[in-house]
Design a protein around this ligand. Structure first.
Ligand code: HPA
Length: 293
């Protein structure tokens, strides 16, 4: 309920001096970004009232507050997955807490397998849209009674990923000399925890997915519902095989090792993005739009 989110937000606000405007969720093997925060304050998930606990390998399970490139941020080191058995209300619980903390922008990274033919392991994909496979099958993060204080009953999802932030990330990748790794594509969420069969991989390819993973969509759906701007980035940790004669089989270990290999690039990209994300003009624009109305 609203009161539960509020209780957690107030607990955090009374224990940290930081007032974050940007929230960052780090995917498998990409959680080191928070270690570059200055003036860090850290809270273990196990200590935060109402917070779920994370169980998957490679996830630290803590909330880190601090300054990054002059912006106050909060970072989730470790996220909650549907395949761990959490209801989606738990998976997305932190998002509404962030909203109540005053966060305006959500940056999400994840590890994903490639479905698109021209992606390689180690490539990066700016998420331009998603397919909410669990949602379409009746497991949706916004299922149940709607609280209008967060957002509307039937929120649009035709503009989930902020175009300006995507463009900014592309520009940054050129400056960082890693534009050769970049793609813009469609992320498809599956429930997991098993990786795709070949028939499933072929199905996702036909449906227009470029990458597939087991996270992100519930969080960004709830974030858009409550008005956050969203940027999502997938690290391609493996190619999903679509051929019966292939001997490739994906392993979680490989996912983590590619994460380690590219962590630096992902970190630099997000770092620059945070530095340049313009929080104030957007709000001024909102005010102007309201005045025109
Ligand atoms: N499939 C689903 N989720 C994933 C994959 C994959 O191939 N790689 C990393 N997360």
């Amino acid at each position: 309920s609203y009161e539960t989110y509020l209780e957690t937000a107030e607990w955090l606000l009374s224990r940290t001096k930081h007032r974050p405007k940007v929230a960052i969720i780090c995917g498998s093997g990409l959680g080191m970004l928070a270690e570059t925060f200055t003036d860090q304050e850290t809270f273990k998930y196990t200590d935060i009232p109402n917070f779920p606990k994370s169980t998957v390998q490679g996830h630290a399970g803590q909330l880190v507050f601090g300054e990054l490139k002059g912006k106050t941020c909060v970072c989730m080191q470790g996220r909650f997955h549907m395949y761990e058995g959490y209801p989606l209300s738990k998976v997305t619980f932190p998002i509404r807490v962030f909203r109540l903390l005053g966060v305006e922008v959500l940056i999400v990274t994840n590890a994903a397998g490639s479905i698109a033919d021209d992606y390689n392991t180690g490539d990066l994909m700016i998420i331009k849209d998603h397919i909410n496979m669990p949602g379409m099958a009746g497991q949706h993060a916004l299922q149940g009674p709607n609280d209008e204080r967060f957002g509307s009953r039937f929120p649009p999802m035709s503009d989930v990923y902020d175009r300006a932030l995507g463009k900014l990330a592309l520009d940054i990748s050129t400056e960082l000399d890693c534009s050769n790794l970049m793609h813009e594509g469609v992320y498809c969420m599956v429930g997991g925890p098993s990786f795709e069969t070949i028939a499933e991989a072929r199905l996702l390819h036909k449906l227009g997915a470029d990458a597939v993973g087991m996270s992100t969509v519930p969080e960004v759906t709830v974030a858009r519902h409550c008005g956050l701007r969203v940027f999502g980035l997938s690290l391609i940790t493996n190619k999903v095989t679509k051929e019966y004669d292939s001997t490739e089989a994906v392993e979680h270990k490989a996912v983590l090792s590619i994460g380690k290999m590219r962590a630096g690039v992902v970190q630099n990209l997000v770092l620059e993005l945070v530095g340049r994300v313009d929080l104030t003009p957007t709000r001024l624009q909102d005010i102007q739009e309201k005045q025109i109305q």
